[in-house]
Design a protein around this ligand. Structure first.
Ligand SMILES: NC(=O)c1ccc[n+]([C@@H]2O[C@H](COP(=O)([O-])OP(=O)(O)OC[C@H]3O[C@@H](n4cnc5c(N)ncnc54)[C@H](O)[C@@H]3O)[C@@H](O)[C@H]2O)c1
Length: 379
């Protein structure tokens, strides 16, 4: 069995989620490659070493360029803030590494296109961590739609609600708060949260045609952790948009970090001619399903517990009825990426597919600026 050595850059939230995914994939999936946590890269040596020790990495690097130069690294995994994805991914492509990159792919569509071009020129396996596709209930929703059970789709609506930036005393920038700094994040909820909703929507319902968006920045100035000065806030705190899809259905999306009481409420609902589907991250192992065929006194929504052996991925886990969680989506993503390499049928979303989400995000931010309808670029 060939070993694939993982070199992971960034050891924060996603660093843990990915390390867990790489550690578990071989235990639960039949892969022809053995994944090895080889090197973790972070700017602070002691912290990187502590992370390496607790997760079982062999060694550490403090400069990602050195990691990329190393001959013994096969996969570069990018878990750093958004403003570093492009530089790292393009350097890794030039070095011929396989690349797994966190979302959003880039700061904007233009940068995303440069990444797609670089990766495709280098012909290296690549993937973006839009992991919600691999929560079994969401994957099952895709299966139902592909089987045509919903028939023609009329509506797609999604929300991603949080409440952690309401305090005006919260600073922007630096460790843990780079998401509030437009230079590091590229945008606010649009690239951070709606990007997930958009990727899932493209997967389940096809591409976006045009849209009209509204954004708001409720707290206009915050102290910047890196400069110590009070600076203008450049991110969108909230965003809502309506859109058309290429399949003729209508979309309605909302995201905010100002919905008091909501921590990570990602929900979507799809209404078709023959039925409807709804999903909620807070109850992620359930899929709500309404079938028009049930019309009559027993009509009603079914709440399907997606924990049986014939549900996506679930045959790999525990006995029927036992739930799995958020972290498993990363295990599934690793397994699918490796199986994609082994079968020659690359797992999605590749950089090229994730770039579609960048184009939607660009249209959202442009529309929020000029209050006009925007077509979504397809090139
Ligand atoms: N797929 C998801 O569900 C999901 C969830 C959260 C975050 N993300 C994405 O993952 C990425 C990281 O987010 P996070 O929440 O893990 O952030 P985080 O702040 O928890 O971790 C970022 C890590 O990157 C390190 N870092 C920053 N610059 C670096 C550099 N130049 N060299 C080496 N290390 C560097 C930091 O020290 C830190 O360890 C972002 O792009 C974010 O959008 C995705």
């Amino acid at each position: 069995m060939k070993t694939l050595n993982v070199g992971m850059i960034g050891y924060g939230f996603m660093g843990k989620a990915h390390s867990n995914g790489f550690s578990k994939a071989n235990h639960f999936f039949d892969l022809k490659h053995q994944l090895k946590l080889k090197t973790v890269c972070g700017r602070t040596k002691e912290k990187a070493e502590a992370f390496a020790k607790s997760w079982g990495y062999d060694d550490t690097e403090t400069d990602w360029r050195k990691l990329i130069e190393r001959k013994d690294i096969d996969i570069i995994d990018i878990c750093t803030p958004n403003d570093s994805h492009a530089e790292i991914a393009m350097a890794a492509a030039l070095a011929g590494k396989m690349i797994m990159c966190e979302k959003p792919l880039a700061l904007n569509g233009e940068q995303g296109q440069q990444m797609v071009d670089a990766i495709e020129k280098a012909r290296v396996p690549n993937m973006v961590w839009y992991n919600y596709r691999r929560i079994p209930a969401v994957t099952f929703a895709k299966q139902l739609i592909t089987e045509g059970r919903l028939g023609r789709i009329f509506h797609y609506r999604a929300k991603f609600l949080q409440d952690w930036t309401i305090s005006p005393d919260l600073p922007q920038g630096g460790a843990g708060l780079w998401r509030l700094d437009v230079g590091a994040a590229g945008s606010g909820v649009t690239g951070d949260l709606l990007a997930h909703c958009i990727d899932t929507a493209i997967w389940l319902n096809g591409e976006f045609s045009s849209l009209s968006a509204l954004t708001e920045t409720f707290v206009k100035e915050r102290k910047h952790n890196l400069t110590g000065k009070v600076e203008k806030v450049g991110i969108d705190d909230a965003c809502t948009f309506i859109n058309t899809f290429d399949n003729g259905s209508l979309g309605n999306f909302e995201s905010t970090r100002y919905a008091r009481g909501h921590k990570a409420l990602y929900t979507f609902e799809i209404n078709g001619e023959n039925g409807s589907i709804a999903w909620d991250l807070h109850d992620l192992h359930r899929l709500q399903w309404f079938d028009y065929k049930d019309e009559g006194p027993l009509r009603g929504w079914r709440s399907i517990h997606i924990t049986d052996g014939d549900h996506p991925y679930m045959g790999r886990w525990w006995v029927p009825g036992l739930a799995i969680g958020y972290e498993h989506s990363f295990v599934h993503q690793v397994a699918d990426f490796i199986q994609g390499i082994e079968t020659g049928n690359p797992a999605a979303p590749t950089f090229r597919e994730a770039q579609k989400t960048q184009r939607v995000c660009d249209a959202i931010l442009a529309s929020a600026q000029d209050h006009a309808w925007h077509k979504v670029r397809k090139d």
